[in-house]
Design a protein around this ligand. Structure first.
Ligand code: TPP
Length: 368
């Protein structure tokens, strides 16, 4: 196992001092170490992984230095365009170090959404012409080689990181004034829904908690589309569902997911199907993957939603607010609800025991 702080110190000692990325559960210890030891100006948690590539490109333009992009391999997809049309040697030839968490590594059990991405993680890098190594105990040699490669060739270089590679490193927990945990807020929402209502929920613990709430209540899962991967696309999936049904469709999003493809809110808000009910759980963090902060603490989400065309923006933070909020959402067109919650989740939280295809078929049957 690699000592996380030593790895970080070695990076800094090699002259690599700028970090940008989207956190990942597999890189949680490294992300915590970066957050705790790097000035905030030099560690930017970006909306999506493509933005991180672009930011490191900009940093290189102004300093000549190589930045680090950290991401889960799911984020490779978001990064492909700026890697190929900005950083690639056939375009601007910009060096940067990609640290990629390898979910779904072949031969290791992982969740369905990681299996295909895990299989193609290395071949995708090869297809993009990005040289890489799988991080090992000889990380000092690997980092030295990466820095030399980036400096001499002015090209991106990737280190692919296996599960359990880094020693544990704690993040200082954020304090919060809000009473509810996400799971409690979800239960309060579900309390108000009928057997006709549809849920489309975001990736991470939101969907896992909804699955467990339904299990506890013996309600089955046919009403819920638990978006296990595809972070940031939940609202667009819900929009698509809402177009094809008269049922009320409750989209339950997270702030990290909302930020990842925030442009979709402008499109949804300006077209807004009457039966689409958008709910944002804002815990100001990527809670599902280690609690790294998002920027929602310092932006005005209700103002963004209003500007996108939502006439009524309900802000909720306790069960009573949520109950009346669901009534308002149901009776209004162009309304949405922001629920502010505090961070935290159960240690024993499970994962859906049904497959994504079973989930899809049950929902399609329900929507017939
Ligand atoms: C493209 C992509 N990047 C990163 C991840 C890893 N990931 C899974 S859940 C999650 C955090 C989601 O944060 P948020 O939407 O705020 O929900 P919370 O976990 O806080 O409830 C991240 C970063 C992913 N699944 N896909």
């Amino acid at each position: 196992m690699i000592d996380t702080k030593k790895f970080y110190d070695f990076l800094i000692g090699s002259g690599v001092d700028f970090f940008a990325g989207v956190p990942d559960s597999l890189l949680a210890n490294l992300c915590a170490c970066i957050k705790e030891n790097t000035p905030a100006s030099n560690n930017i948690i970006t909306a999506n992984e493509g933005n991180a590539v672009a930011m490191c490109a900009g940093y290189h333009l102004s300093t000549g230095k190589c930045g680090v992009v950290y991401m889960q391999n799911s984020g490779e997809g978001n990064a492909v365009n700026p890697l190929l049309s900005l950083a690639d040697e056939d375009v601007y030839s910009i060096p940067m170090l990609l640290l990629i968490g390898w979910r779904g590594e072949p031969g290791k059990h992982d969740e369905p959404q990681h299996v295909k991405q895990g299989k193609v993680t290395l071949s995708l890098l090869e297809a993009m012409g990005i040289e890489y190594a799988v991080l090992g105990d000889d990380y000092e040699d690997q980092l030295s080689y990466a820095v030399k490669y980036m400096t001499e060739k002015s090209k991106p270089y990737a280190l692919v990181i296996r599960k359990g590679a880094f020693s544990s490193y704690a993040i200082t927990p954020e304090t919060s004034e809000y009473p509810l945990l996400r799971e409690e807020a979800l239960e309060a929402i579900i309390n108000k829904l009928t057997s006709d209502d549809i849920i489309v929920s975001t990736t991470g613990k939101t969907s896992r908690e909804i699955f467990e709430i339904r299990e506890r209540r013996n309600e089955g899962h046919a009403n819920d589309f638990l978006t296990v991967g595809s972070m940031g696309h939940t609202s667009s999936i819900a929009y698509g569902v809402a177009i094809g049904t008269d049922k009320d469709v409750f989209c339950i999003d997270g702030d990290g997911s909302f930020l990842m493809h925030m442009g979709s809110m402008a499109v949804i808000g300006s077209n807004m199907p009457k039966n689409l009910k958008y709910i944002l759980n804002d815990n100001q963090a990527h809670e599902s993957v280690g609690g790294q902060p998002t920027c929602t603490k310092s932006i005005d989400i209700p103002a963004i939603m209003r500007a996108c065309g939502f006439d009524k923006v309900i802000v909720a933070s306790d069960e009573g607010d949520i109950e009346s909020g669901i009534d308002l959402l149901r009776s209004s067109h162009r309304a949405c609800m922001i629920i502010r919650t505090r961070q935290g989740s159960r240690e024993d939280l499970g994962r859906p025991t049904t497959t994504p295809v079973e989930n899809k078929l049950a929902l399609m049957e329900k929507l017939k």
